[in-house]
Write a protein that binds this ligand. Structure first.
Ligand SMILES: C=CC1=C(C)c2cc3[nH]c(cc4nc(cc5[nH]c(cc1n2)c(C)c5CCC(=O)O)C(CCC(=O)O)=C4C)c(C)c3C=C
Ligand SMILES: [Fe+2]
Ligand SMILES: [Fe+2]
Length: 388
């Protein structure tokens, strides 16, 4: 088999407050996150949205100590995985490749080439597949493999697209939930509140993103593994931008529970395996406030898996299994739907072209950008770029 490497894919997060703006620029430059009518507009729009949004985003990062813990935790996971693989007799070097911040996926690939890795296991740290997360990283890799002959000829890869149904992962989640449940005074009446990161509805309904289906299946499997009588809800958090996202939204679902006189709620973040801004700030600070105002007096959260031993052990087994099974190609995974239809932004393009014929094309485009900036940042465009 030769030299084995494992590439852990993750989103990345700003480590310092100064990183927030360029991090957001990278994120909004990704056509998998926001897709525009014409490619030359992508970077200017990313610049506008990141310029208008970064101050608000920095305030959130300030509340969690001035930066994202994602790099530190992902590197700890990498070390733990390397040790677990070694214990199982599988020598492997682990690399971390982030999509929007350091260490970037491209840098990890440069290391992988330098180390002359023969077989690479590509493992996203997202349990469920989404076009916007694992899919976006796969596209970056697909391009690198296409244009780089050394990679194409010398590095065989095994692609893992999602792994939310792994028994060890499910057991680790159930253990963490049970530990928190047992700290409530009336543990059987606690409402289990699964909160997944949202995506726009069009990703699922038009582009064929399997994300929602995998999130629902994952929730059901965790409930089954947990095997407790508690009621549960699944909702979606962290909506941004102008389009409709998967529902119910976390804040609405919490309010509804409050109206039903539910007092004990345990939140379970399920679309991400590390602590990050959406757990530490959004759930622990913002949603806690929403819950308390709605009369939910005991609001707790299950910690993220991070380097949970059972979880890491299962990831090691997953890596070993995938080394021994036939591999999918990027193209099998990146386009989950045969008849990939249009993203919402592409549909706007159609609308745009018609209106551009009626109006002056360029003016309409400017108006369209101003609208997008306003919807993503909550501010008018002149405010956004600091003119007002
Ligand atoms: C499974 C997890 C995630 C999905 C799905 C996802 C989709 C998605 N996200 C945005 C916009 C933003 N995401 C941001 C940060 C961020 N998102 C995830 C995870 C998922 N995103 C993580 C782990 C992080 C980083 C956290 C950290 O600790 O730094 C941000 C920036 C933060 C902010 O300003 O609120 C934005 C913006 C979209 C548009 C999208 C689907 C299309
Ligand atoms: Fe996100
Ligand atoms: Fe958020």
């Amino acid at each position: 088999m030769g030299r084995v490497g494992v590439l852990l894919l993750n989103l990345g997060g700003p480590e310092k407050l100064e990183d927030v703006r360029p991090f957001l620029f990278n994120l909004f430059s990704d056509p998998e996150i926001i897709r525009l009518p014409v490619t030359w507009l992508q970077k200017p729009l990313a610049w506008l949205i990141s310029s208008s949004r970064y101050k608000k985003s920095q305030e959130n990062y300030k509340q969690i100590g001035g930066g994202s813990p994602l790099r530190r935790i992902t590197e700890e996971q990498a070390q733990a995985l390397e040790a677990s693989l070694a214990e199982k007799g599988q020598e492997a070097k682990i690399y971390v490749g982030m999509r929007y911040w350091h260490p970037f996926t491209e840098d990890a690939i440069a290391e992988i080439k330098k180390d002359k890795i023969d077989h690479l296991v590509i493992l996203p740290l997202y349990p469920q597949f989404s076009i916007s997360t694992s899919g976006s990283s796969f596209r970056v890799l697909e391009k690198l493999w296409e244009k780089d002959r050394v990679l194409g000829n010398n590095v065989k890869y095994s692609l893992i697209s999602s792994w939310y149904d792994r028994p060890g992962y499910l057991q680790a989640m159930a253990d963490l939930i049970a530990q928190q449940l047992d700290q409530f005074e009336h543990r059987d009446r606690v409402h289990l509140f699964f909160s997944a990161h949202g995506v726009p509805v069009s990703y699922v309904e038009e582009a064929g993103d399997p994300y929602q289906r995998e999130i629902e299946a994952c929730t059901a499997l965790i409930m089954k593994t947990l095997n407790r009588p508690n009621p549960h809800t699944l909702a979606y958090q962290s909506r941004v931008g102008p389009v409709e996202w998967l529902q119910p939204y976390t804040e609405d679902a919490l309010q509804e529970l409050g109206e039903k006189q539910v007092k004990d709620v345990l939140v379970i973040p399920i679309s991400f395996v590390s602590e990050h801004i959406e757990t530490l700030q959004e759930i622990d600070i913002e949603y806690r406030e929403v819950a308390e105002e709605a009369g939910i007096s005991n609001f707790r959260r299950v910690p993220a898996l991070d380097t949970h031993a059972r979880f890491i052990d299962d990831l090691a087994d997953l890596v070993i299994d995938s080394l021994n099974s036939p591999s999918q190609k990027f193209s099998d995974v990146v386009r989950p739907s045969e008849e990939l239809k249009m993203y919402p932004q592409e549909r706007w393009e159609m609308g745009m072209t018609t209106s551009a014929e009626v109006w002056n094309g360029r003016l309409a485009m400017l108006g369209f950008i101003a609208l997008l900036v306003e919807l993503f940042s909550g501010k008018g465009i002149l405010h956004a770029i600091g003119i007002l």
